[in-house]
Design a binder for this molecule. Structure first.
Ligand SMILES: C[S@@+](CC[C@H](N)C(=O)[O-])C[C@H]1O[C@@H](n2cnc3c(N)ncnc32)[C@H](O)[C@@H]1O
Length: 255
């Protein structure tokens, strides 16, 4: 997968790309991440990327031209490179990170992990000139109902969540499939050695080596945790008869 990030703070994004899963994904060729400094696409000698808002008021707005120039540069480069050779003609998704966008979820991360090319636009100040949204952007994504100073952290949140879903990006793909939201439920509690720490024991069943009992315990703990913390997830979860009767027992304990 190829991901291009357009930002006025390239150092911030590059720092995060140099560690952990994102670094390894690049080293193994699963991810080609390129960070573009928006100022390199400005059209004046001062490398101006922002200007005052029409209509007055406080704050600055990211000018349209540098963003259009950056996206055109990326797309031109892209069409001249391996994607055309590999006969992959799907146009890249051009994503603007914004608190006004659709909320980022695990399902959306899964969808995006199937794409071959994403272009991420990080806003700053009051955001981008509206014409960027009208003409360039294919998706607007929010990482939650709060406002950050820039789109760099949201872009990194998106990249991390998406890249770890590419098969081979993390050592233990199976473990990722057990993560919260990967199925319909929250993850179960996890324990590691020692079996007893500071008077607190790991559940016996996990030490039993009995696979079916471990599976059942984990499933029930996931159901319990979801019931207690995010009961609305159970409304759309795929549940077996065994799950349903376990949930009924939880409900009757609560009555
Ligand atoms: C200060 S915010 C601008 C907010 C904008 N005036 C609004 O109310 O929609 C600056 C930039 O941070 C990014 N940003 C802030 N909060 C975000 C969120 N929750 N999700 C995604 N991006 C966000 C966006 O790229 C945005 O353009």
């Amino acid at each position: 997968m190829k991901i291009d990030i357009i930002t006025v703070f390239p150092d911030m994004v590059e720092a995060a790309l140099k560690v952990g899963v994102l670094r390894r994904a690049q080293e193994s060729g699963l991810l080609l991440a390129r960070v573009h400094n928006l100022r390199d696409f400005a059209e004046d000698k001062h490398r101006t990327v922002d200007d005052y808002p029409y209509g007055g008021g406080s704050g600055m707005v990211l000018k349209p031209a540098p963003i259009f120039n950056a996206v055109r540069f990326i797309m031109k480069n892209d069409s001249e490179q391996q994607y055309v050779k590999a006969n992959r003609k799907t146009p890249p998704r051009v994503i603007y990170l914004t608190p006004q966008g659709q909320t980022f979820t695990q399902r959306l991360a899964e969808q995006l992990s199937l794409e071959s090319h994403l272009i991420l636009i990080c806003g700053r100040y009051k955001g981008v000139d509206e014409r960027v949204r009208q003409k360039l952007v294919t998706d607007e994504i929010s990482i939650g109902d709060y406002v950050l100073s820039g789109g760099e952290l949201p872009a990194l949140v998106l990249i991390d969540a998406v890249v770890r879903l590419i098969p081979g990006a993390i050592g233990d793909y199976e473990s990722a499939q057990e993560d919260s939201f990967s199925g319909d439920l929250l993850d179960c509690p996890n324990y590691t050695r020692p079996a007893e720490y500071d008077g607190m024991k790991a559940p016996e069943v996990l030490l039993s080596g009995h696979h079916e009992k471990v599976r059942k315990w984990r499933r029930q703990q996931s159901l319990k945790r979801t019931f207690e913390r995010r009961p609305e997830l159970l409304d759309t979860a795929y549940l077996s008869d065994e799950d349903l009767s376990f949930i009924e027992s939880l409900k009757s304990c609560n009555d």
